[in-house]
Design a protein around this ligand. Structure first.
Ligand code: NAP
Length: 304
C-alpha cells in the first residue's frame, strides 16, 4: 500500500503518490464515467487516495467527469482526498466572451471557482485548493482574502499554490493567517529547475512538501529521439536489477521521491498496468550514487 504523509506540519494527510487528472479525458475509451470510476477505485485500492485535478483540465470538463465517476461508486468519495486548482481561464466554447487566456486569482474568482468545483465534483468540501499559477494582475492581499473566505466557510480544508516563485510564495504567505501547505511545481530528471531556484529549499525551510508535476517529463522520457531521455533510460536499465527488476518509470519516480524536501509526485498515466507498476515506486529507496548517476545521465556531464 502507498503510505500517507502530511503535506504540512499540521496536515493535510495525502498519499505519497498522487493521481493526476490533466490527461484524464485524452483517450475516449478511458474517459467514460465508468472507466474513470474503475481507475479511481484501483488507485484507492493501491493507497493512492489523493486526486489532483484543476478547473481548467480537459477544457473545463474533468472535474465534472470526476464527479460523475464518483457518483457511480457510493464509497469512493469517502476514500479519496481531492486537490483542485483554480485561476487559469482560456478561450473556450463555453466562454466565447474570452478573447485571450488569462490568470485570475482574485478573491471574487476564488469564491466563484470553489463553489463551481464543489458542485461539479459533488463533494461538501475540497481537501486542498491551489492557485494554479501566479496572477501578476492581482494583489497578494486580494488572493489571500479569497483563500481565507473559502476556508472560513468550511468549503476548503487547506490551501497552497502551484508554479509560484520563492518570492511570490513568501508574499502570499505574509498576507495569510494560515499556512500554504504546498507549492506544486514541475520536477523531473528533464526539468530540475526547482533544485536550483530555491523552491525546494523553501519547502524544507517551511516544513512543507512540494508536489512534483510531470514526473516523467510529460512522457518525454520515452521519446526515442531525445538524447537526455535515452541516457536516462539506459541508466535506469543498468540499475533495474539492483532494485528488483523495476521499471524505468518507477526508478524515475524514486529519483523525485528521494529529494529531502519529501516531494510528492503527481502521476499522469491513464493506464491501469502503469498505475499498478508505479505503486511500488513509493517504497523504492535510491542510494546516493544511483541518484547522482541519474542526475549525470540527465545532464550529460559529470557533477561540477
Ligand atoms: P507524466 O507522468 O510526466 O506524463 C504522463 C504521460 O506519460 C502520459 O501521456 C502517459 O501516457 C505517458 N507515459 C507514462 N508511462 C509511459 C510509458 N511507460 N511509455 C510511454 N509513455 C508513458 O505526468 P503528466 O501527465 O505530465 O502530469 C501529471 C499530473 O501533474 C497531471 O495529471 C496534473 O494533475 C499535474 N500537472 C500539474 C501542472 C501544474 O501546473 N500544476 C502541470 C502539469 C501537470 P499513458 O496515459 O498512455 O500512460
Amino acid at each position: 500500500m502507498i503510505p500517507h504523509i502530511n503535506l504540512g506540519p499540521q496536515g493535510p494527510s495525502v498519499s505519497q503518490l498522487v493521481y493526476g487528472t490533466w490527461r484524464l479525458l485524452a483517450e475516449p475509451e478511458l474517459a467514460t464515467a465508468s472507466a474513470i470510476e474503475r481507475r479511481l477505485n484501483l488507485c484507492a485500492d493501491l493507497g493512492m487516495t489523493t486526486i489532483d485535478t484543476a478547473e481548467v483540465y480537459g477544457g473545463y470538463d474533468v472535474e465534472e467527469r470526476l464527479g460523475e465517476a464518483m457518483k457511480l461508486s457510493p464509497t469512493l468519495k469517502q476514500r479519496l482526498q481531492i486537490i483542485t486548482k483554480l485561476g487559469i481561464y482560456v478561450p473556450n466554447h463555453r466562454h466565447p466572451e474570452r478573447t485571450v487566456a488569462f490568470y485570475n486569482a482574485s478573491a471574487e474568482r476564488i469564491e466563484k471557482s470553489v463553489d463551481k468545483s464543489l458542485r461539479l465534483l459533488g463533494v461538501d468540501a475540497l481537501d486542498v485548493v491551489l492557485i494554479h499559477r501566479p496572477d501578476w494582475f492581482c494583489a497578494a492581499s486580494d488572493t489571500a482574502t479569497g483563500l481565507e473566505r473559502v476556508v472560513a466557510a468550511g468549503k476548503v480544508k487547506a490551501v497552497g499554490v502551484s508554479n509560484y516563485t520563492v518570492s511570490q510564495f513568501e508574499l502570499l504567505q505574509s498576507r495569510l493567517s494560515m499556512p500554504l501547505v504546498t507549492n506544486q511545481v514541475e520536477l523531473n530528471l528533464l526539468q530540475m529547475g526547482s533544485l536550483y531556484d530555491g523552491t525546494l529549499d523553501q519547502c524544507q525551510q517551511r516544513g512543507i512538501r512540494p508536489m512534483a508535476w510531470s514526473p516523467l517529463g510529460g512522457g518525454r522520457l520515452f521519446d526515442p529521439n531525445d538524447a537526455a531521455a535515452s541516457r536516462i533510460r539506459q541508466t535506469c536499465a543498468a540499475l533495474s536489477d539492483k532494485y528488483g527488476g523495476v521499471s524505468v518509470s518507477s526508478l524515475v519516480h524514486a529519483w523525485v521521491l528521494a529529494h529531502p524536501s519529501g516531494c510528492v509526485p503527481v502521476i499522469g498515466t491513464n493506464k491501469e498496468d502503469r498505475i499498478r507498476d508505479l505503486a511500488g515506486a513509493a517504497h523504492l529507496k535510491l542510494d546516493r550514487q544511483d541518484w547522482y548517476a541519474l542526475w549525470e545521465a540527465a545532464k550529460g556531464h559529470r557533477i561540477p
